[in-house]
Design a protein around this ligand. Sequence first.
Ligand SMILES: Nc1ncnc2c1ncn2[C@@H]1O[C@H](COP(=O)(O)OP(=O)(O)OP(=O)(O)O)[C@@H](O)[C@H]1O
Length: 316
Amino acid sequence: MTLQVRDLRVHYRTTRGDVRALDGVTFALADGEIAGLAGESGSGKTTLGKSLVRLDGRMRHVGGRVELDGRELPIGDSPRMERFRFREVSVIPQYAMSALNPTRRIGTMIRELLRARGIGHRELRPELDRRLRLVGLSPDVLDRYPIELSGGMKQRVVMVLSTLLDPALLVADEVTSALDVSTQRAVAEALVEFRDRGFVRSMIVVTHDLSLVYQIADSVMVMYGGRLAEKAPAAAIVAAPRHPYTRKLLAALPEPGVRYEGKRLSGIPGSPPELLDPPAGCRFRARCPLADEQCSRQPPFAEVAPGHHVACWKAE
Ligand SMILES: Nc1ncnc2c1ncn2[C@@H]1O[C@H](COP(=O)(O)OP(=O)(O)OP(=O)(O)O)[C@@H](O)[C@H]1O
């Protein structure tokens, strides 16, 4: 097992109080597992991804434990995390490709980044060139400025760079959302190839795009209101979702292969809970057609079939 997350709680400090963006998240990732992470906007997906690599200044680790290969990751201690970042855990943040410094050549940027971490550029250069070729880029891209590359090329550079030291875990946050459909497919295939070649051992792919999940993920995690509603093998989520929220989420999305433009999304009535002061019990209760008195108590995230966990009293 690569990653074990137990009862993880991460809050944002605000003037109005703590936003409980992760409020008891538990899951594990097996070696080689690519997990898609889905859920409505504001459910905590980005917060979960960031928490495993780099908490930002307003995030506070208030509870729970993260283990990588059986060793605790000191996620709340940024200086101690520094030795794990990039080497053991790596993130491709949302909008990473637009964050590339426009005034620096790609190669210069990579050299500086490696140097800042005390890693010699020269020894890694042959591997860097090899991996760039693997994703269909000529090593000449290193001499270019970001503006000279297409979105898909930049995204592939970012992927190669973030996995150059073969981290155990990669968090990829919305890496395909700004790309056209054929480039999306190429980037998604490259993620799988990186796993197959052992450049990364396991991966969390945060996405709004369920067709990407169908294409590459071994498992799917569905978040709702700062907690996981369900985690299951991808085929089980599609064929037999157990959580009423997962069912509604799937019903609201187009079928795989169907383009969004071609179909109206039905949406899910109601809105997600306020994470400043979340309601007691099941977070989905107010929007759930099956809710009753029992749901005023928080359901456990129980294993209902091998590898299939669901937090719902009503899940058969
Ligand atoms: N800097 C911040 N300060 C306070 N609250 C925040 C901050 N960043 C995020 N939040 C809150 O934390 C919760 C989870 O946000 P997060 O960005 O993790 O959701 P998400 O599922 O990734 O959403 P999206 O799909 O829109 O990226 C939301 O309620 C959000 O409003």
